[in-house]
Design a protein around this ligand. Sequence first.
Ligand code: ITT
Length: 196
Amino acid sequence: MKLIFSTGNKGKLKEARQILGNEYEIISPYDMGIDPDVEETGSTFEENSIIKAEFLHKATVMDCFADDSGMIVDCLDGRPGIYSARYAGESKDFDDNIFKVIEEIKEYEKTHETNRNAAFVCVVTLILGGEKYFFEGRLDGHLIMEKRGTGGFGYDPIFVPEGSEKTLSEMSEEEKNALSHRGDALRKMAEFLKKR
Ligand code: ITT
């Protein structure tokens, strides 16, 4: 089955192809000459996920999906949340974002007890035959204050999933996908597609 993935994030694209496997041909908007960068004006993961999916569906009239995701940090009142990609600025620089989160946690800990709990959230919007369907995934864990590992993308080097000693960046791609918020959401989507 052919599906276009409305993303400009190469890490997400690679993971989606691995998670969904050979039964699916996951096409990048760039392969169709479309720049997927659309303004994310929503105030929730779901709203932004819909915006990205609808944008691509309007442009192609093909079945497609989008992933809006981010990291929620307890002691930062849920930030960076929907602002995860651009937390430190428009360049979407992963290192700058990590630096900003760590600085904010250090600031918090000057006056509060340590609480480094965090979670990744992912909301997938699938547009199939013009209808919308939603799938959510979540991964709980905690943050460390220095980067470890080289795999993955985004905040992976400082995120340690519950029950693990390794950061997501220290895991193999298969290990990360087996427990990630994206793996969770996309496997739900695959199950739904299989039943139809
Ligand atoms: P698209 O909108 O083009 O898909 P994006 O990176 O801008 O790409 P989002 O707006 O959904 O996507 O923001 C997601 C951000 O959340 C991402 O850039 C990372 O900073 C973070 N994030 C999401 N999933 C992650 C993961 O699996 N590992 C590490 N960081 C992740």
